[in-house]
Structure formats: structure tokens, C-alpha cells
Design a protein around this ligand. Structure first.
Ligand code: SAH
Ligand code: SF4
Length: 350
């Protein structure tokens, strides 16, 4: 099987002597990080390009579809070499673009509100496959290695990043390197459903990305109903792990709380959340539920969301309601892929 070159750091490419003389390796590395395939690497001799093509993969994915939203966000569908499809979301802010990347194909956590986990886990993405999402979108936006368009990354696409720990942390190192895209960990957020042993390991291994916890409930009964993973890692264990992460990294932890009607958005739920989070250095992101076809869950009204927010603010808990991004292009995690696959299945059946 061909090796994916983007899985290697520059040092690894040099150690494995992927080309000679060694200055060629630097040229290949720079082309790859700009998003160019072997055949487009203008300053390489034809026989070297041929040799590379025989042994290695240049870009392990390509952009299959881009859906633009009115608010300047865009949803990307990528096709991987094995035919699998993953997704990403691009958001434009004043300071630049933030890209939301996927870390797995599918997800085995099975949260009831999420489309990504509906068919379970298909496979982990490699570090190079996670990195390639940033590289191809940067090229799509006209960015280069030195003048990149993407300034921030959120690991919030399809998959549970901490269930793919080795590839995700390798990706963090690859993208952080000053020879590559040099995106600082301060500009990267990692969202997790709360795998506490891996949260602690992340801090122990010296990472300090912004940790975002998908909490979504303020008691264990409700959380277990909507997030089965809570049976393995409950709220108390998660809060302990976030304390550990904060103490080691000094980084404020963010809690995501998706508001679901008749499940978690009454005044009583807000009061319970206050009791859990009071006195912590944290921020709460309230997210209107992105409704998906596969279940019968609904977001609560804007009024109710604001009441929930006010309970938190009154108790000095930093909190905001997240603006809905790209709602008309199915901006939720896993949604576009689910729609794309449904469309394909319908086409086949007709
Ligand atoms: N697996 C990780 C990261 C990917 S999900 C995690 O769960 O944190 C990224 C975020 O999208 C999570 O906070 C997740 O709970 C949220 N999400 C998933 N489906 C959603 C939906 N239908 N509406 C709103 N948010 C959703
Ligand atoms: Fe997986 Fe996150 Fe979706 Fe839960 S919310 S199924 S952990 S991707």
C-alpha cells in the first residue's frame, strides 16, 4: 500500500529519504503543504515525480462539493482515496477563517441529537487526512504556506477526536510546526464528549489547545439519555478532568450546551448547571439544536434560550448563545454527509 506523505513530518520525510538529493524533500514538503499534487510540482524532474507517484500518496482527499451560505460560511464535502466522504465547515470572522475539521469517519459515541454517529464508526482518519482538510481548503481560498487564509481550527466536525488520540495529537504537532502551517495551539479548539482519561493525557503530554466539553445536560440521568458515553464518563468525572486540564495548562475550558426542548432547557436545568459550574474558570456556549431528520428532537424557543442564558449570567457564569452558522446549508455536525448519503441511496433505489 502507498504511504500517505502528509502523515510524515519534514524530519520523518528526511529520515525515510523519500527523495534525493535532500533539498528535493524540502521542495516536495512545501508544495504538499500548499495543496499541490505531485504532477503539479513544477520544479521537480519528471522521473522523480513518477517515482513519488509509485510509492506515495500526495493529497489523501479532494474537495467534492462546496455549499455556500448567505452568512459567508461554507460546508465542504471531501472525498477520501478509499471512497469515503467526510465533511467540514468554514466560518469567516473578522480576523480570518476558522475551519472545522473531522477526525473520524462516523463516530461510535451515538449521541441521540447528532447525525455523525448514526451509522457508528467506520474508521479513524490518519493525521495526514485531518491535515489535508486544512491544506486543500487553504488552497481553495487562495492561501499559501506563508500567507495562509485559515487562522483557526476547531476539531468539531465528524468524530470524537479523543477516540483517535494518536492521529489527532500527531496532527496538532504537524500543523503547529514552524516549517508547516504554524498554527498555534492557542488557535485550535478540541471538542470532546468527555473521555476523561484522554483529557488528562492530553495535558500530561504537554498539549494546551482550548478544551471544549460537550456537556449538554446538568444531571447524569438526562446526560446518559442523550449521550450514552455518560455511562462510562459521568459529569463529576468530567469536571474533575477539566480541573486537571485547567491546572496543568491554565486554559479556560468551554462547555457546550445544546438546547433541546423537553430535555434540558428549563429553568430547573439552568439552576443545576449553575451549581455544577459556579466558581470555575469557564465559559458556556449555548447552542440552538440543529434539527436533523433522523430523530424527533427540537430546539427550544429563542425566548427560552435567553431565559436560560440569563440564569447563568445572573450567577456570574460567563455564557453566550452561539449564533447559528450556515443553518440553511445544514451547518450541524454530520448533517451534510448524512444528506449526501441519503441522496445517493435514493438515486440508487429509483
Ligand atoms: N465528538 C466531539 C466533536 C464533534 S461534535 C464532541 O461531541 O464534542 C461537535 C459539536 O457539535 C459538539 O458539541 C456536539 O455536541 C455538537 N452537535 C452535534 N450534533 C448537533 C446538533 N444536531 N445540533 C447542535 N449541535 C450538535
Ligand atoms: Fe460523536 Fe460528538 Fe456526534 Fe456525540 S456529538 S455522536 S461524540 S460526533
Amino acid at each position: 500500500m502507498k504511504k500517505n506523505l502528509l502523515d510524515y513530518s519534514l524530519e520523518e520525510m528526511q529520515n525515510y529519504k523519500i527523495a534525493s538529493p535532500s533539498f528535493r524533500i524540502k521542495q516536495i514538503f512545501e508544495w504538499l503543504y500548499k495543496g499541490y499534487s505531485f504532477s503539479e510540482m513544477k520544479n521537480l524532474p519528471a522521473d522523480l515525480k513518477e517515482q513519488l507517484n509509485e510509492n506515495y500518496v500526495d493529497l489523501p482527499l479532494s474537495i467534492l462539493e462546496v455549499k455556500n451560505a448567505k452568512d459567508k460560511s461554507a460546508k465542504f464535502l471531501y472525498k477520501l482515496i478509499d471512497g469515503n466522504i467526510i465533511e467540514g465547515m468554514l466560518m469567516k470572522y473578522k480576523y480570518g477563517y476558522t475551519l472545522c475539521v473531522s477526525t473520524q469517519i462516523g463516530c461510535r459515541m451515538g449521541c441521540v441529537f447528532c447525525a455523525s454517529g448514526k451509522n457508528g464508526l467506520i474508521r479513524n482518519l490518519t493525521a495526514g487526512e485531518i491535515l489535508a482538510q486544512v491544506i486543500v481548503v487553504n488552497r481553495y481560498l487562495g492561501g499559501t504556506l506563508k500567507e495562509r487564509q485559515i487562522t483557526n481550527i476547531v476539531l468539531m466536525g465528524m468524530g470524537e477526536p479523543l477516540d483517535n488520540y494518536d492521529n489527532v495529537t500527531k496532527f496538532l504537532k504537524l500543523i503547529n510546526s514552524d516549517k508547516s502551517l504554524n498554527i498555534s495551539q492557542r488557535n485550535i479548539s478540541l471538542s470532546t464528549s468527555g473521555l476523561t482519561d484522554k483529557i488528562k493525557k492530553l495535558a500530561d503530554d504537554g498539549f494546551f489547545v482550548t478544551l471544549t466539553i460537550s456537556l449538554h445536560a446538568s444531571d447524569n440521568i438526562t446526560r446518559s439519555q442523550i449521550m450514552p458515553v455518560n455511562k462510562a464518563y459521568n459529569i463529576e468525572e468530567i469536571l474533575n478532568a477539566t480541573n486537571y486540564y485547567f491546572n496543568k495548562t491554565g486554559r479556560r475550558v468551554i462547555f457546550e450546551y445544546t438546547l433541546i426542548e423537553n430535555k434540558n432547557c428549563d429553568n430547573e436545568n439552568a439552576e443545576k448547571l449553575v451549581n455544577l459550574l459556579k466558581g470555575r474558570v469557564c465559559h458556556v456556549n449555548l447552542i440552538p439544536l440543529n434539527e436533523i431528520k433522523e430523530n424527533n428532537l427540537h430546539s427550544c424557543s429563542r425566548k427560552k434560550a435567553e431565559e436560560f442564558l440569563n440564569v447563568l449570567l445572573k450567577n456570574n457564569i460567563s455564557a453566550t448563545i452561539r449564533r447559528t452558522i450556515g443553518a440553511e446549508i445544514d451547518g450541524a455536525c454530520g448533517q451534510l454527509r448524512a444528506n449526501h448519503i441519503n441522496r445517493k441511496t435514493e438515486e440508487k433505489n429509483n
